[in-house]
Ligand binder design. Structure first.
Ligand code: SF4
Ligand code: SF4
Length: 205
């Protein structure tokens, strides 16, 4: 018996191919034609990296950093939101209670005693940056990440803070997330259509 669902199914016929197609000749000839066309087009197709560095878009998601607050402390409040949001499970945080009689942390409930990100396991999706309620974690424009061992690519808190120091000082990566904003890509679109963003907002705020 034919069901209603089966009546709506359209079956496609398997295309009939001759011996020429079966030997992939048209596909090979098309590939050769493309290669020859590019070879004689006169346009350079190769980037001369590292002599010529690529232009990185403002919403590029490269190596992480942990931002510092105005007092130079790690901005992270150890809420675990980024660790929870991370689909690659590559963030590990151990929180420590902030002692009220400790002048360094008296305005916090917690701070991260340890904070590690496995940069090799990360898929650079940016979910950690999106999830952070205090703009403490960001992905930067650093793309040439290398190391000599897997251990070296597991960044600890000090390393992540040093990425902040390095990128902020270079001026290439200003603090770009601000609570309530949608990120640099949307801000650029807003700037283009409505003029510059208000002070304190936007990528360069
Ligand atoms: S970018 Fe994505 S995968 Fe990488 S640490 Fe952040 S949430 Fe995890
Ligand atoms: S979401 Fe932000 S504040 Fe919370 S643990 Fe991650 S980096 Fe720290």
């Amino acid at each position: 018996m034919t069901t209603k669902r089966e009546k709506t199914v359209k079956w496609g016929e398997e295309p009939k191919i001759g011996w020429v197609e079966a030997m992939y000749l048209p596909a090979v000839m098309s590939g050769v034609a493309t290669a020859v066309r590019h070879a004689f087009s006169g346009k350079p197709m190769t980037r001369q990296y590292p002599e010529v560095e690529p232009e990185i878009p403002p919403n590029y998601r490269g190596v992480h950093r942990l931002n510092r607050d105005e007092a130079g402390r790690v901005k992270c409040v150890a809420c675990y939101m980024c660790q929870t949001a991370c689909p690659a499970n590559c963030i590990e945080i151990i929180a420590a209670p902030a002692l009220k009689d400790d002048p360094h942390w008296k305005d916090r409930d917690k701070y991260p005693a340890t904070f590690t990100i496995d940069e090799l396991r990360c898929i650079y999706c940016g979910m950690c940056e999106e999830a952070c309620p205090v703009d403490a974690i960001e992905l930067t424009s650093i793309y040439d990440l290398t190391g000599l061992s897997r251990e070296e690519m597991v960044f600890d808190k000090e390393k992540l803070l040093s990425v902040f120091d390095k990128t902020v000082q270079s001026g290439k990566d200003p603090v770009r997330t601000h609570r309530g904003s949608l990120g640099p890509a949307s801000e650029e679109a807003q700037t283009a259509s409505q003029g510059p963003p208000p002070p304190g907002r936007g990528r360069h705020g």
